[in-house]
Design a protein. Structure first.
Length: 180
């Protein structure tokens, strides 16, 4: 469905594997403070290889069922970004939700934009989705730019949409329609 793709000379994107749990845990540990502004509060065990291995296993089941896909960016053996196309609903909706982050050392270098464009292309051409939705904190201008570059449009604002950094926060809502 999705082969490894080079985004630059040293960064590639591929579907996350069970064997990537240690690299994912290391990336979360390395980016813990950086991501704390953009993510829910996490329990301590979230930052362990065991927790990440269990989560990857659950998501691979969703992948097999066509309900979600988990992608990662790698620079050599280091995992430097995670992208989820999750909550896929088939039938007349044909829609999924997109979430992502990029390692603080790789942020602002165009990797998120390139990865989101690839996911949009894959969702349209290989998964047959009609729509992808995403949400950003109101002040997350960088992520909003990534979405807009990939063809997303803002469709609204949801008050107290998600609990991020320990409090319910407003989010801008975005979608991209993949078929006319």
């Amino acid at each position: 469905m999705f082969e490894s793709r080079k985004l630059s000379e040293d960064v590639s994107m591929r579907v996350l594997r069970q064997s990537d749990a240690a690299a994912l845990a290391a990336a979360y540990v390395r980016n813990r403070a950086y991501l704390s502004l953009w993510e829910p509060l996490r329990p301590e065990d979230y930052y362990t290889e065991a927790w990440q291995a269990a989560d990857i296993a659950k998501r691979l089941v969703a992948n097999e069922a066509g309900e979600g896909y988990l992608f990662a960016l790698f620079a050599g053996d280091a995992l430097v970004g995670r992208f989820n196309l999750a909550g896929i609903v088939r039938g007349p909706f044909q829609s999924g939700g997109l979430g992502y982050w990029v390692d603080s050392a790789y942020a602002g270098r165009g990797f998120a934009s390139a990865a989101v464009r690839l996911i949009v292309e894959t969702a349209r051409d290989k998964l047959g989705l009609h729509r992808i939705e995403a949400a950003t904190l109101l002040h997350n201008v960088g992520s909003q730019r990534v979405l807009m570059k990939a063809g997303f449009e803002q469709i609204g604002m949801a008050p107290r949409y998600l609990q991020i950094a320990g409090k319910w926060q407003d989010h801008n809502l975005y979608q991209v329609l993949l078929h006319g």
